[in-house]
Design a protein around this ligand. Structure first.
Ligand SMILES: [Zn+2]
Length: 325
């Protein structure tokens, strides 16, 4: 018999993923429902509250043993205020005090966490970071997200924008990032931007097998770059090298900032397997100092797309234990 249960809700622009977990991170139920973001604030809020209620109902556990509900949401948001502020892909949730609403409507305490932080917490609690106290995670998707856990606590920072790992500048004056800065790791190592990098080189006249796709009006995707790089295409190799190299630069930076025992790579790009991991590890060793050899173990995440709701439930557990909702 556990100490109780927590609900995890991972709020996305298309779907809400939810589940109920016990204190050992065992999943009793999980499912996905449409967010219906275009139907306005009331419908989306009802869908979020409804997903939490459904998780409790489907798991069939006594309601009074559910100690918390964790919500992972795209930012910007305020964990401290429990408020979703203005996420780009969820415009109907602008300025929604979701923590208060959830607690009022369910009678269960609620915590709100940035979705990248929640996913990092998921890996820390139940995945590739299990058993360590200090973890850094990079999520390599459309953008580069991330989270950092130091001595068992998530870094949020005073302005609550801490651990925005994708915007670590790895090449000052370099390629422009979605955030407006020049030379962020996201501008080189996200699935979206590494494909744009290849397009720019090809448009500038560099020969590549990928040009056929562009001439046919197709948008280059990260998997096309990986495939071409493996086949020896020079442009694809340059772009892939930069993606891995700059991730290694960002990892060295984080090593010196939070000194993690483990660095976890997550997100769609990890489908590239050793083709991604091996160069990151190699560049990391080339770039890092020689003073000491206590280096973090760099490895892949293990929870996939479930990290979000698992981590959200884990955040509720942590809130229950620390009293920091
Ligand atoms: Zn940036």
């Amino acid at each position: 018999m556990g100490k109780g249960y927590c609900v995890g809700v991972d709020l996305g622009g298309t779907n809400i993923k939810a589940g109920l977990l016990d204190d050992q991170a065992r999943i009793l139920c999980s499912f996905s429902v449409p967010t219906e973001v275009d139907k306005g604030n009331e419908v989306v809020v009802n869908n979020i509250v409804g997903a939490a209620e459904r998780a409790i109902r489907e798991a069939g556990v006594p309601r009074d043993e559910v100690v918390g509900i964790g919500i992972g949401s795209p930012g910007p948001l305020s964990h401290r205020q429990g408020m979703i502020i203005n996420p780009g892909n969820l415009p109907s949730l602008k300025n929604t005090p979701i923590r208060r609403i959830m607690t009022e409507r369910t009678g269960i305490r609620c915590t709100l966490e940035n979705d990248a932080n929640a996913a990092a917490w998921g890996e820390y609690w139940a995945g590739a970071g299990k058993g360590v106290t200090d973890l850094v995670m990079f999520t390599l998707g459309t953008g580069v997200g991330g989270g950092a856990i130091v001595n068992g606590r998530l870094i949020r920072g005073y302005f609550e924008n801490g651990a925005e790992l994708g915007h670590i500048i790895v090449n000052p004056g370099g390629r422009r990032c979605s955030c407006g800065q020049l030379g962020c790791v996201e501008a080189y190592s996200s699935a979206y931007f590494l494909a744009r990098h290849a397009e720019d080189l090809i448009k500038a006249g560099q020969p590549s097998v990928l040009k056929q796709r562009m001439d046919a009006g197709q948008m280059l995707m990260a998997e096309h770059i990986v495939e071409a790089a493996k086949a020896g295409d020079e442009v694809a190799n340059k772009v892939w090298h930069d993606a891995c190299y700059y991730l290694a630069v960002a990892t060295v930076t984080m090593q010196h900032v939070t000194n993690p025992e483990r660095v976890v790579m997550a997100g769609g790009l990890i489908a590239a397997g050793d083709f991604l991991l091996e160069p990151i590890r190699r560049h990391f060793r080339e770039l890092t100092w020689e003073l000491l050899d206590d280096f973090p173990d760099i490895r892949f995440a293990t929870l996939g797309n479930d990290a979000g709701f698992i981590g959200a439930a884990g955040c509720a557990w942590a809130a229950h234990e620390t009293g920091d909702w």
